[in-house]
Design a binder for this molecule. Structure first.
Ligand code: DAH
Length: 357
């Protein structure tokens, strides 16, 4: 019995893992284990022998069981310690690496403008950048021979030789979205449509791809006064000044009647733009009352409905607000420019939190 005790207690103390421990348990106190077999021998002993051997065997069995339990707990603790050591984590390190990219000023300004008009109840509408010439021109009251078609420096898509259908175009403005939105939603309607537009033009203030935001509000009794209020509100919010002064200059667009180009009072003293003061005027958008032919193209009855529309150059607004002198740099993908003029991804514009940094 002493041999058994020495053998198993020693082995248990030296067991390396739970599997080894389990083997020892089976070998000692399992059904066919050495201690269990010895206990079975008790039946063949004389009563006197049994009286001394029985309690001793029971005590040995208890001793082995508690050694097993103690070792098992110790192994568990050691395993946990090991895990804690290897899975150690410095919780004082920043949880996320700093974002590398930045939000392009065009995206930021689009979000700013959208936020302002959303607050006035305008929903965002979209249309395709490859547009049929009907949506881009005819539906907007620009017939085939109209000079605007050439003035706009349109990019035409390819047609196979012999295919005499009019070619699709890269939309030259966001105005076709007016027609699509009217067809899809009917009247009354209040939408803005931000997006990319294309014209074959390239200099300091023109790139072949640029961005516009179109606005359209149709209802039973919308007037030019509503347009004026709306645009003044917009400028106040966008340029973050209390006082703005707009000048509505009579103009001509085929899709509006009457039409007005809108200038903003500003000063350029010391090369710094100040909105709402000074003696300069800067053109910022085109607008007007939607032409009845345009309403009809949008399947809206001009006898019942009327409204205003406007088109703003987003890149232009971004240049003005954030003082970027050359539009071409917008689309050069120069990381130095993007880091300098870009916005943090967490800088989401809101009317409450502030539109700009
Ligand atoms: N589509 C015009 C352009 O690209 C801008 C414009 C002018 C849009 C007057 C309008 C508008 O909706 O009413 O030059």
């Amino acid at each position: 019995m002493d041999d058994l005790r020495a053998k198993y207690l020693g082995a248990i103390a030296g067991a390396r893992d739970e599997a080894a421990l389990e083997e020892l348990r089976v070998a000692a106190v399992g059904k066919k284990g050495e201690v269990s077999l010895a206990m079975r021998e008790l039946g063949r002993m004389t009563p006197e022998e049994r009286q001394t051997a029985g309690p001793k065997l029971n005590a040995l069995k208890d001793e082995i069981n508690s050694a097993l339990a103690a070792k098992k707990a110790a192994l568990g603790d050691a395993a946990l310690d090991e895990r804690l050591r290897t899975e150690w984590l410095d919780v004082t390190l920043p949880g996320r690496s700093r974002p590398q990219g930045s939000v392009h000023p065009v995206s930021q300004v689009t979000d700013e403008v959208t936020t302002i008009f959303a607050d006035m109840g305008f929903a965002v509408a979209e249309g395709p950048q490859i547009e049929s010439d009907w949506y881009n021109f005819d539906a907007l009251n620009i017939p085939a021979e109209h000079p605007t078609r050439t003035e706009m420096d349109t990019f035409y898509m390819h047609r196979d030789p012999g295919d005499n259908r009019p070619p699709h175009v890269l939309r030259t403005h966001t105005s076709p979205v007016q027609i699509r939105a009217m067809q899809a939603q009917g009247a009354p309607i209040r939408v803005i449509a931000p997006g990319r537009v294309y014209r074959a033009d390239y200099d300091q203030t023109h790139t072949p791809m640029f961005h516009q935001i179109e606005g359209l509000a149709i209802d039973r009794d919308i007037s030019m006064a509503n347009l004026k209020w709306c645009l003044e509100e917009f400028c106040r919010a966008f340029f973050e000044v209390d006082k703005v002064e707009l000048r509505f200059r009579a103009s001509h667009f085929p899709f509006t009647e009457p039409s007005a180009e809108v200038d903003l009072r500003c000063s350029w003293e010391g090369g710094q733009l100040k909105v709402g003061e000074g003696d300069d005027w800067m053109e910022i958008l085109g607008s007007g009352m939607v032409h009845p032919s345009v309403l009809r193209a949008g399947e809206i009855d001009p006898e019942i409905w009327q409204g205003f529309a406007f088109g703003i150059g987003i890149d232009r607004l971004a240049m003005l607000k954030y003082g970027m002198p050359d539009l071409r740099a917008f689309f050069d993908s120069d990381l130095r420019w993007l880091r300098h003029y870009g916005f943090s991804a967490l800088d989401v514009p809101s009317l409450r939190g502030g539109l700009s940094r």
